[in-house]
Unconditional design. Structure first.
Length: 199
């Protein structure tokens, strides 16, 4: 198993990351990743509704890792650049773990049941590279998603694929009647107009 190690200030060794058997790198989120993290804007999570007493060390470690995972987002996402953020409804740890991997270019299998969560997170945290990676993966897998999702996240390459599957302009007309055309991107409108002229 490959690992990344660094020396800590107290001269004890710590493991920053390791590559598991499935080929995915996992990183330690227990210590600040970047210098000056206390002075910069930070991500704050709030647990509402209950007071938790943690007696199991593994549960505590998972909770801490879930909170520290946002350090990577605060470094890469312009969403956090100008303000302190209080996130009241945290996404699930598994969604965020996979999303962070996508944000760093890892191309692994997509759980298609949760793909809309990943698109939502990419849009929320202003990371278009994640949207692009997801779109490329869906195209490679020939996975067709709904027009609603395509228009919501500006997936123009998938839109071109979906338009090729339509047989007539009447089909596209019925689809567009259900959507808010004013919220479509300019590129999506161009592709739809081109389809109308060709069919």
């Amino acid at each position: 198993m490959n690992s990344i190690r660094s020396l800590f200030r107290s001269r004890r060794e710590r493991e920053d990351g390791y590559c598991s058997d499935d080929g995915i790198w996992r990183f330690s989120f227990y210590d600040p990743l970047f210098e000056g993290v206390r002075e910069k804007n930070r991500f704050v999570s709030i647990v509402t509704g209950a007071l938790y007493t943690v007696t199991n060390r593994l549960v505590l470690d998972c909770f801490l890792m879930g909170n520290r995972i946002f350090q990577l987002l605060t470094f890469h996402s312009p969403f956090f650049a100008s303000r302190n953020i209080v996130e009241k409804h945290l996404p699930s740890y598994s969604d965020m773990h996979y999303f962070i991997q996508l944000a760093h270019g890892v191309r692994s299998e997509i759980d298609y049941d949760y793909r809309s969560n990943y698109f939502f997170l990419a849009k929320k945290y202003q990371l278009p590279n994640v949207t692009q990676l997801l779109e490329q993966k869906l195209i490679l897998d020939y996975y067709l998603i709904s027009f609603k999702t395509i228009f919501a996240y500006n997936l123009n390459h998938l839109l071109a694929m979906r338009l090729q599957k339509l047989k007539s302009s009447e089909e596209l007309t019925s689809i567009l009647r259900k959507r808010n055309i004013e919220e479509m991107s300019g590129e999506a409108m161009k592709q739809c107009v081109k389809f109308f002229f060709e069919h």
